[in-house]
Design a protein around this ligand. Structure first.
Ligand SMILES: [Zn+2]
Length: 92
């Protein structure tokens, strides 16, 4: 596993090994959406080959969640917690 750092807003820059991956950011539920669309939202993942918005849990630190944008090909974080996400799709 390659190594990268996440800038936790509470603890400062920390190795990714202190965090646990919590998955892709998904859109909030839409009460007007069809049942099929809701099933897709809950169960389908983009599994992006490139930029992806994702949640990480600082398990060995403050135990809070942070949201980052990471390039899954290089593990380079293009938006640390609190930074604008940019033009990144969050769902297929
Ligand atoms: Zn922290």
């Amino acid at each position: 596993m390659s190594h990268f750092y996440i800038r936790c807003p509470n603890c400062g820059p920390r190795a990714c090994s202190e965090f646990s991956y919590n998955g892709e950011v998904r859109p909030l539920a839409d009460p007007a959406a069809s049942e099929a669309a809701e099933i897709d939202r809950l169960w389908l993942r983009r599994n992006a080959n490139g930029l992806q918005r994702e949640r990480w849990f600082h398990a060995a630190g403050c135990r809070r969640f942070v949201t980052i944008t990471r390039d899954t090909r290089t593990n380079i974080i293009v938006a640390q917690p609190g930074e604008p996400a940019g033009d990144v799709a969050t769902h297929a």
